[in-house]
Structure formats: C-alpha cells, structure tokens
Write a protein that binds this ligand. Structure first.
Ligand code: NAP
Length: 285
C-alpha cells in the first residue's frame, strides 16, 4: 500500500455498476496525481462511521449516490448554497477536519445541455417525468436559465407537487405546473422532455410516452445512460426528435466534482473517452 496515495470514491448502494471510477481514475492518472477513486458500497448503519473516519482512511473526496444524497446532509460540516437549495449532496470534499457538501448534478446537466447540445433555455417549455433527487437538481439549474414553463409529473403526486412548490418559492419568472398524467404534460407544445425516472433501465420496462406526443422540434433527454438507448430514446429518434442519454450529464457532474476536490481543470476529453469506451451500445448489464 502506498501511504501517500489519496483516496476518492463513491458511496451509495448499490454502486457496483458505476462508471465513475473509470472516468476519475483516467483523469487522475492523466494528471499524474497519486490518488485512486474507489467504490464504497455502504449499508445505512455504516454511513455515519464511514464519514467520521475519513481522515483515518485517507479520504479526500467522495461522490454520493442513491440512497444517501439527502441522508449525508446532517453529517456534514458545511454545504454550498446550491446543495442547500437542491436539498441533496452528490459531492463531498474533505479538508483538514471538515466535510463540505456540494451538488454538481444540475450544473453538470446544464453544461451538457448548453455547451454540447447548444440548447438555449430562454423562453422554452420543459416537461419532467419523475420528481426525485435528479429532477430536483436539474430543475433548479434549468430555472436559472429563464425558461417559459416547467411542468412536472411523477407517479408519486406528492413528490411532483413538492418540487413545483419549491421551485415557485425560489424562482418567480417561470410558470411552474404540477400535472396529473403524462398526457397533461402537453408534450406537443414542449421543447425539452426529460425522463428523470429509472423507467427504461431494464429491457422489460415500458415506454413512458405515447408516440403521438413526440414531434420533430422536441429534444428528449433521458437521464439514464445504461443502456445507452432506452425505448423512449429509440422511439423519439424514429419520430425525428433530437435525443440525448445521460452520459453527458454523468461526464460533466464528474468533471465538476473533480475540480472541487483537486483544484485543477478536469481533463474532460480523457474522461469522455473513458466513458465512451466503457459504454457498449447495448449497455453493460
Ligand atoms: P429517484 O429519486 O428514485 O426519483 C425517481 C422518481 O421517478 C421517483 O419519484 C419515482 O417515484 C418516479 N417514478 C418511478 N416510476 C415512474 C413512472 N412510471 N412514472 C412517473 N414517475 C415515476 O431517482 P433519481 O436519483 O432522481 O434518478 C432518476 C434517474 O436519473 C435514474 O435513472 C438515475 O439513474 C438517473 N440519474 C442519472 C444521472 C446522470 O449523471 N446521468 C445522475 C443522477 C440520476 P417512486 O419513488 O414512487 O417510484
């Protein structure tokens, strides 16, 4: 064991399918940083002690995934304004004796959407299917770009209502709507449709949207990246819509986390190649 080696990693459960080690270890080795990014599958009762012992384990930074994005918050010393606004943490920086929480999911999504996909948010109409942690992070960042309208549907109506209430309280210039069904999302009159549910990850999953709603001026963004092409994306492509899977979001949220930990510009193309090489067309399962 190399005692000088700094440790970074991902905490969550399960984490074994994560692509984060590939992109972060490629970046660390490219910059010749003596560090390693590891996976830490944790049971809920292991979380407090794991965080308490970060110094002993030489941990300098962590990503956080399901189911701990909210649960880590009371265990941290300080949180960024964005993490507090989103209500979840996906990045922890350990410095001296303290743990600092950040959220790079929303900003990562926005970077991919605006820099790579060249999507201009101003005046646009947006529809969300799913109102969990990822939707919360992404919708906060989209709201900053002055879209005209954001509509939210979730099978759990209370969750969709809660997001809409939270967004209304924090952003005054956007028309936020809670809706009861996919039909009420009014996708025919929408510029950007986001799937923020896990539906589509398994081959047996149904497609959440009827093909009659999909049109050529729509961008369908599925936050899922494994498989690379969900049934929803396949249908959208067939109907002539623009499509994106969640790999770009994964890349940019990872790059932002890397910069928080290391304090240097992330080698984005190295990280992108590592992800592209790992992601086979049919997914990794
Ligand atoms: P989450 O907190 O579990 O939220 C998912 C939401 O979708 C839940 O509220 C869930 O309701 C709802 N839902 C499930 N089935 C539905 C259906 N048929 N119709 C409408 N709503 C439905 O998960 P998350 O962390 O937000 O993640 C959502 C997706 O984004 C996952 O696929 C995840 O892998 C992906 N993600 C990607 C990235 C990336 O970097 N690309 C980052 C984060 C997340 P119930 O709780 O009632 O089931």
């Amino acid at each position: 064991m190399n005692p000088q080696k700094k440790i970074y990693g991902l905490i969550g459960y399960p984490v074994k399918h994560s692509l984060s080690p590939l992109m972060h270890n490629a970046a660390l080795s490219h910059l010749k940083i003596n560090a390693e990014y590891k996976l830490f599958p944790l049971q809920p009762n292991e979380l407090p002690d794991f965080l308490k012992n970060f110094k002993k384990n030489n941990i300098f930074g962590l990503n956080v995934t399901v189911p701990y994005k909210e649960k880590v918050m009371p265990l941290l010393d300080k949180m960024s304004k964005e993490a507090r606004l989103i209500g979840a943490v996906n990045t922890i920086k350990a410095s001296r004796n303290k743990l600092y929480g950040f959220n790079t999911d929303g900003q990562g999504f926005l970077k991919h959407l605006t820099c790579d996909l060249k999507f201009n948010l101003k005046g646009k109409t947006i529809a969300f299917i799913g109102a969990g942690g990822a939707a919360r992070a992404v919708s906060v960042y989209l709201s900053k770009g002055n879209p005209k309208r954001i509509s939210v549907y979730d099978i759990d109506k209370a969750k969709a209502k809660a997001i809409v209430k939270h967004l209304k309280e924090n952003f005054k210039n956007v028309d936020f709507r809670f809706v009861n069904s996919v039909a009420e999302l009014n996708i025919n009159d929408t510029d950007l449709l986001i799937n923020a549910t896990p539906i589509g990850m398994r081959g047996a999953d149904h497609c959440l949207v009827d093909e009659k709603y999909i049109h050529k001026n729509l961008l369908v963004y599925d936050l899922i990246y494994n498989p690379k092409e969900t049934k929803l994306l396949r249908l959208a492509k067939k109907k002539g819509a623009k499509v994106s899977n969640g790999l770009g979001m994964l890349l940019y949220q990872g790059a932002l986390s890397f910069e928080i930990w290391i304090g240097k510009k992330a080698p984005i193309e190295i990280m992108r190649s590592a992800l592209n090489e790992a992601c086979l067309p049919a997914g990794r399962e």
